[in-house]
Design a protein around this ligand. Structure first.
Ligand code: C2E
Ligand code: CA
Ligand code: CA
Length: 770
């Protein structure tokens, strides 16, 4: 499971934020817990302070009353009565260890019965009590003494003293009693403290502080704590914490009577939360404290819950982001596929080829070849049958290419153009490979019950011989393909000579529109002679181009270019219109009267060459009809010369077309007969008036038996089907004789006349022997 970069960043950001907010929440919670603990300590502190004060006040009242009575009784010498009074007081206050009355020098005047037998120390001379004893003499209040171990009774005790005064207010005696340290009646024992909470009652004695009471200490350990003053360092830490946190000095604290809450550390570096306040009257510090660590357990549930929530949240988030990442990756892949593939065939497209670019060839050390595959006449098929069939044909091509090249790269470049990149092929294999793919592509395919024979043309280029990058290989394969088309070959491999040709072709292609605009085209007419009467029966119109830029360009060269570039349409219109106009001129004005009979006896046939592209164009037949309406001549019969290639795509379509022309009275001649592939059997299905045997056969007629046989059989087929047979390219009388013998109907060739311009044709007719 992994996230992509941006999602990982989002995840880490949210994870960090959630951790930070969790920490913040824990911090707040911790503050709460501490606050609450402080409040509890404050409450405990106040409780202890109050209860302690009330116990001590009560004791002070008791001592005050007792003091007055004792003074009277001692003055009157009633010692026995006084002692009884003391003993009764002790019975009523069981938390007290005993009672003693001393003079101001510390000498005992009176002691409780329970202490009678014991050796009592002089309180003024004993260090633990000296200071408080002196203080008592000067104070109106009860004075608390330092806690100490009272040997006579074997108890830890906390003394309390009150002076007795005469009528002038002078001290005359001191009453001393003491609370038993761990008696249940002691002033601080009635508050039950939680285990972690500690109570310290302390007292300042001179410069030092002494512990009066410390909770949670066993009696055996007390001497360690009580006898020694609080370590100076500990006192210092506490006082500086007080000052830092509350800006209160010791003096201010002693006079403030307020409770303070502070964070501090004890001598063992354990953090403590602590409350302290001071009882001014009895000069006692009350400290209630608790180690911070004992609060941690209160934080545990919060920590636990937060951890669970954070883990669950982030886990869910991660899973979600992972899902998003997956969806993103998938849609990215789909987008990438779409950008790089053709929707119709699902083959990689031109964009893919571009991205494949140079890198691919650079990475490739083996030899390779690039094939440029084009489906011929695809546009007209598409126009005629509709796009659905056109698409289906393209799919068939794609499929068949993939059959032949399952491990290579097959690309649809656009339209009916495909590119195949073959890797690792040995040069002399290429032709064989192309042959086999051609065979596969040319197989008949049936779409919507119509049979199609795909007519493809392939141009090939080779790496590294013809180029080092895809662009160059593509360009050269394109050149080869173009040339193959011109030559009517099914395939051609690139050779350097092709490039020069292509350049010239491009120049021609560019010049044709200018030639039309500048009237650079002209027409010549080659006479056609009746084989038996040797009379002129017609002419074939042939176009001529004297280009300003390119010089004379033969039609063999530019017609095929015009066909592929589409300008053939305009050229065709020019030829039809111009030839009819010129025929009118010839007939109307320039023919000597006696020669006009040529036209009257039998109409002169005006043959024009029409390309397949022209013919298939929708409005061509309408254009012919219109032009005949406008310029038609009753002395002239129009004949169109078409080539067999028309029938390769679809015989039914051809039939419909030709019939439309027949209806207009236009005759049809099948040109270049014998050079194409169409079977003779289709001839009787089509309305053809003339078969025109190609000059390549005529040339061989005298020497080549095969050519002779072919002509013979064509002539006999023509006779069987009542189709006239014309032989073109007759250069010698002997050829004409032999053709006559075979039964040929019409002759055309240099032997009779070269193609003639209008003027020459007029004089040809004039000088013609009838
Ligand atoms: P094509 O239709 O086979 O025309 C006959 C060609 O044979 C003409 O060449 C003509 O001059 C030549 N020829 C005639 N008699 C002889 C002969 O005794 N010996 C030899 N060696 N050649 C002879 P051209 O005029 O150069 O035309 C070449 C081709 O260009 C034509 O072949 C035709 O396919 C095409 N073409 C000419 N004019 C037009 C046109 O107006 N429209 C279209 N679509 N094609 C045209
Ligand atoms: Ca012709
Ligand atoms: Ca011909």
């Amino acid at each position: 499971m992994s996230l992509d970069k941006s999602l990982r960043r989002i995840f880490l950001f949210i994870l960090a934020s959630s951790l930070v907010s969790a920490a913040a929440m824990l911090h707040l919670k911790w503050k709460d817990i501490k606050q609450e603990a402080f409040t509890k300590l404050e409450y405990t502190n106040n409780l202890i302070q109050t209860s302690m004060e009330s116990v001590l006040k009560h004791q002070e009242t008791v001592l005050t009353v007792l003091g007055k009575r004792l003074k009277e009784l001692v003055n009157t010498g009633e010692h026995a009565k006084a002692k009884k009074l003391i003993d009764e007081m002790l019975i009523q206050n069981p938390g007290l260890v005993g009672f003693g009355l001393t003079d101001i020098k510390g000498n005992y005047i009176l002691i409780s019965s329970n202490l009678e037998t014991m050796a009592l120390p002089n309180l003024l001379k004993q260090p633990e009590s000296a200071a408080s004893f002196k203080k008592t003499l000067a104070s109106n209040n009860m004075v608390m003494g330092r806690t100490y171990f009272f040997k006579p009774s074997g108890n830890w005790v906390i003394p309390a003293r009150l002076r007795v005064t005469d009528e002038h207010g002078n001290a005359i005696a001191v009453m001393t009693t003491a609370f038993i340290y761990n008696s249940e009646h002691s002033p601080w024992n009635d508050v039950v403290l939680p285990k972690s909470v500690r109570l310290l009652i302390a007292k300042q004695d001179g410069e030092k502080f002494y512990r009066q009471y410390l909770s949670g200490i066993s009696v055996n350990d007390l001497h360690k704590w009580i006898n020694e003053p609080v370590e100076a360092h500990a006192t210092q830490t506490l006082l500086s914490d007080l000052y830092e946190q509350k800006q209160v000095t010791l003096e201010e604290f002693l006079s403030s009577e307020k409770l303070f809450k502070i964070n501090t550390t004890d001598k063992n570096k354990v953090k403590q939360i602590l409350t302290l306040q001071y009882d001014e009257k009895y000069e006692l510090f009350t400290l209630v404290m608790q180690p911070e660590e004992t609060l941690y357990s209160s934080l545990t549930p919060a920590v636990l819950w937060l951890s669970i929530i954070i883990v669950a949240f982030n886990l869910a988030l991660y899973v979600m982001l992972h899902l998003i990442s997956k969806i993103q990756a998938r849609s990215k892949a789909i987008l990438e596929f779409r950008a790089n593939h053709d929707v119709l065939t699902e083959l990689p497209n031109r964009h893919y080829l571009n991205t494949l670019g140079d890198n691919w060839i650079a990475n490739n050390s083996e030899k390779a070849a690039l094939l440029f595959v084009d489906l011929k006449h695809f546009k007209s098929t598409n126009d005629f049958y509709g796009h659905r069939i056109g698409d289906a044909l393209l799919k068939v091509v794609a499929q068949r290419l993939l059959q032949n090249f399952p491990n290579d790269i097959v690309i649809r470049l656009g339209g009916a153009e495909f590119v195949v990149i073959l890797l690792g092929y040995v040069e002399n294999e290429i032709e064989g490979i192309i042959q086999s793919v051609l065979t596969n592509l040319q197989k008949t395919t049936k779409i919507n019950a119509i049979n199609f024979n795909l007519n493809v043309c392939i141009g090939g280029s080779r790496y590294p011989k013809d180029g080092n990058d895809i662009d160059e290989l593509l360009r050269k394969a394109d050149i080869a393909m173009y040339e193959a088309k011109q030559r009517s070959q099914p395939f051609l491999l690139y050779a350097d000579e092709l490039e020069e040709k292509t350049r010239r072709k491009k120049a021609i292609e560019k010049e044709i529109p200018n030639a039309l605009a500048n009237n650079e085209f002209s027409l010549v007419y080659q006479p056609q002679i009746d084989a038996r009467s040797r009379k002129l029966t017609g002419v074939e119109t042939l176009i001529r181009w004297h280009s300003d830029k390119l010089g004379f360009v033969p039609p063999d060269e530019f017609i095929s270019i015009a066909e592929t570039s589409g300008t053939i349409k305009e050229i065709g219109r020019f030829v039809l219109e111009q030839s009819l106009l010129e025929m009118n001129e010839i007939c109307d004005k320039n023919i000597k009267a006696d020669k006009k009979s040529i036209f009257y006896e039998e109409r002169l046939r005006l043959a024009i060459n029409v390309s397949v592209q022209q013919l298939l164009h929708d409005d061509f037949s309408r254009f012919v009809a219109d032009t005949l309406d406008r310029h038609g001549n009753r002395l002239v019969n129009l004949m169109i010369e078409i080539t067999e290639s028309l029938f390769i795509d679809d015989i039914q379509q051809a039939k419909n077309l030709l019939q439309a022309f027949k209806k207009m009275g236009v005759m049809i001649s099948l040109d270049d007969f014998g050079t194409g592939y169409s079977s003779l059997s289709i001839l009787n299905q089509l309305p053809i008036d003339e078969l025109k045997i190609d000059k390549s056969f005529v040339h061989g007629i005298l020497k080549d038996r095969q050519a002779r046989n072919l002509i013979k059989s064509v002539i006999s087929i023509g006779r069987d089907l009542s189709i006239e047979v014309l032989a073109e390219g007759i250069e010698e009388e002997a050829e004409a004789d032999l053709l006559s013998e075979f039964g040929c109907d019409v002759f055309q060739g240099y032997c009779f006349s070269k193609p003639l311009n209008k003027e020459q044709l007029i004089s040809f007719i004039d000088s013609y022997e009838i």
